[in-house]
Each structure stands twice: as C-alpha cells, then as structure tokens.
Design a protein around this ligand. Structure first.
Ligand code: CAA
Ligand code: NAD
Length: 283
C-alpha cells in the first residue's frame, strides 16, 4: 500500500515528534489537535527542533522549510477524508481514543489504516468501535521520536496481515526498527519499563532516597541514560499513571498498583517537564 498522506492526531510531544519524522521522510502530514492553536504550537515546536538540526549542519534552511511545508496544522477532522493513514497520539484514555476512532471510521477513506500510538491500551478494544478492525493497529513510537529507533507494532485480534505489513513498511521507511508484539497490557516496553519507574517513585515516597539520588543510582550503577525519576518527568507523570492503571486493571495484580505519590502529583497538575513541574522544576 502506498502511504503518502497521513494524519497525526494529538500535537503534543509524541504527535509532534511523529509528524516531524513522517514529514522528514517525504510524507504529507496533517497535525491535528483540539484547537488550531494547539496544532500550530506543535508545528512551531518542530520548527525549533529543526533549527537545532540546521545549527548542527545536519540539514540546511531549505530542508527545514521543505519539511515544515509538509506539515499542515488541523483542527477539523474533515481533513481525514484525504488520508491514507492516521496515527493517533492523543491522551492515554480509552474513552477519548474510542471516540476519535469512531469519528475516523466515518471520515477516512475505506483503504485508510487507523493506527494508535497508545502506550498500553488494548488495540483490540479500540478496533472494536470501528467497522474496519482489520485495518486498526498499534504503532508505538518511543520518546523522543526523532531519536529513538524502536517502534512496537501491536496487532489486535482482527488486524490483517496487509495492515501489519504496511505498518512495518512505514516504520522502516521512517528509519525505525519495528518489533511485533502481542496485544497485552503495556505490550513489552511499558510492561517492563513502567513498573521500574513506579518502584523508583515508591523509593522516594517511602523516604528511602531523594529523586536526585535514585536517578544517580540508576545512571551510574546501571548505565541508564536518564534516571527513572527524570524519565518519568520526561514521559509525563499523567501518562505514567494511566499506563500503571492499565497494567493494574488489565492484569488484576496488585504488583502494578500506582504509587500514591504519583497519583498526588498528577492531581496537583505536576505532570513533569511538559507542565514545568514534576519531581523536578523546569523553566
Ligand atoms: N526531541 C528530539 N531530539 C532530542 C530531544 C527531543 N525531545 N531530546 C534530545 N534530543 C536529541 C538531541 O538533539 C541530541 O541529538 P544528537 O546527538 O543527534 O545531536 C541527542 O538527542 C542527545 O541529546 P542530548 O545530548 O541533549 O542529551 P542526552 O545525551 O541526555 O540524550 C536522550 C537525550 C536521547 C533523551 C537520552 O537521555 C535518552 O535516551 N533518554 C532515555 C529516553 C527513553 O528511555 N525513552 C523511552 C521513554 S518510554 C517511551 O517512550 C514509551 C512510552 O510509552 C512511555
Ligand atoms: P501530550 O500530553 O504531550 O499530548 C497530547 C495531545 O493530545 C495534546 O496536545 C492534547 O491537546 C491532544 N488531544 C487530547 N485529546 C484530543 C482529541 N480528542 N483530539 C485531538 N487531540 C487531542 O501527550 P504525549 O506524551 O504526546 O502522549 C500522547 C500519546 O502517546 C498517549 O497515548 C501516550 O500514552 C503515548 N505515548 C507517550 C509517550 C511519552 O513518552 N510521553 C511515549 C510513547 C507513547
């Protein structure tokens, strides 16, 4: 299947990163969010990241302009009528995602693939709200998208071989490595990563150590590029909490209970880097 025109839903850190990588590899991208302002902000952030690439002499000004011209901010789902594929990267909430997929099913052309960048939610359940579950798939990019090589590709119960092949081919066109995983809560990445982050937050909650020292232990002792508390702030504490809730509900096992401190920070609006405050303060 020839994918040329794509829509990315959600212009936050993941959606903007996915749009940047798609446009850099020649795809036309609608970057869609709830308002024109949010979508424009997402595109402006991509412009800033591309400026840094120009400064590092990896691309030139003409490349930057060419990439930005391929990204069209959108707040009208009517634009989905033109696309070959959608990659949804809105908030990690099942009701929000189901609502988006229902609307996409009504609006996108019959051949269009509907992918979700969900971190943990069941693909099969999202697919079930559409009349094309065989064309629904998980395409899970890692943060920061322009840097990280992995894409987890998750087949729902009814995902077709053709949809899987087209999605894996797109990942490869974007210079990513696709790894196929089955549709279980948290897939592979977050089933392993998120309990570690949650446990790191428990060590802070129980007064075993400070955020700085927990990070130092994991950076110097385990060679992690970022400590788990910094990584939680980087991912977004809301996203971390929603993933833990999905693991807890999905497996029914208390070993996945979210740390109360994580809940409290999210309730306070301390969402990490994106809100200016999490376990650390950001400008
Ligand atoms: N967007 C784009 N590029 C970015 C970036 C961003 N937000 N942040 C950093 N980079 C780039 C920099 O431009 C730099 O590029 P070059 O080396 O090509 O010049 C490179 O990344 C390294 O950046 P820095 O030197 O500034 O900083 P660093 O060496 O500390 O690396 C990092 C930054 C790549 C983010 C590194 O700290 C890292 O790998 N951290 C762990 C990231 C990780 O675990 N991601 C997975 C999160 S979990 C997930 O995504 C799944 C989920 O569902 C929650
Ligand atoms: P974010 O909070 O940075 O951005 C979410 C964006 O979605 C916001 O701009 C918001 O306005 C928009 N949005 C919310 N509801 C919408 C709707 N109905 N229609 C259109 N846009 C809507 O979140 P993020 O970190 O980019 O995460 C997005 C998705 O990607 C989540 O499902 C998350 O689990 C997943 N994910 C996150 C990471 C990470 O490290 N943050 C990594 C991989 C996957």
């Amino acid at each position: 299947m020839d994918i040329q025109q794509i829509m990315v839903i959600g212009a936050g850190q993941m959606g903007a990163g996915i749009a940047q990588v798609c446009a850099s590899h020649g795809l036309d991208v609608y970057l869609h969010d709830v308002s024109e302002e949010q979508a424009e902000n997402g595109r402006a952030g991509i412009g800033k990241r591309l400026d840094r690439e120009v400064q590092k002499e990896r691309i030139n000004d003409a490349d930057k302009e060419r990439i930005l011209r391929k990204i069209h901010p959108s707040s009208d789902l009517k634009n989905a009528e033109e696309v070959d594929m959608v990659i949804e990267a809105a908030v990690e909430n099942m009701e929000v995602k189901k609502n988006i997929f229902q609307q996409l099913d009504d609006r996108t052309p019959a051949h269009a693939i509907l992918a979700t960048n969900t971190s943990s939610l069941p693909i099969t359940e999202i697919a079930a709200v559409t009349r094309r579950p065989e064309q629904v798939i998980g395409m899970h990019f890692m943060n920061p998208v322009p840097v990280m090589k992995l894409v987890e590709v998750i087949r729902g119960l009814q995902t077709s071989d053709a949809t899987h092949e087209a999605t894996a081919a797109l990942a490869s066109r974007l210079n990513k490595t696709a790894v196929e995983v089955r549709d279980f809560p948290g897939f592979v990445s977050n089933r392993i990563l998120m309990p570690m982050i949650n446990e790191a937050i428990f060590t802070v909650y129980e007064g075993v150590s400070s955020p700085e020292d927990v990070d130092e232990v994991m950076k110097l002792g385990m060679n992690h590029p970022m400590g788990p508390i910094t990584l939680a702030d980087f991912i977004g504490l809301d996203t971390c909490l929603y993933i833990m809730e999905t693991l807890h509900d999905g497996f029914g096992d208390d070993k996945y209970r979210p740390c109360p401190l994580l809940r409290q920070y999210v309730k306070a609006g301390w969402l990490g880097k994106k809100s200016g405050r999490g376990f650390y303060l950001y400008n």
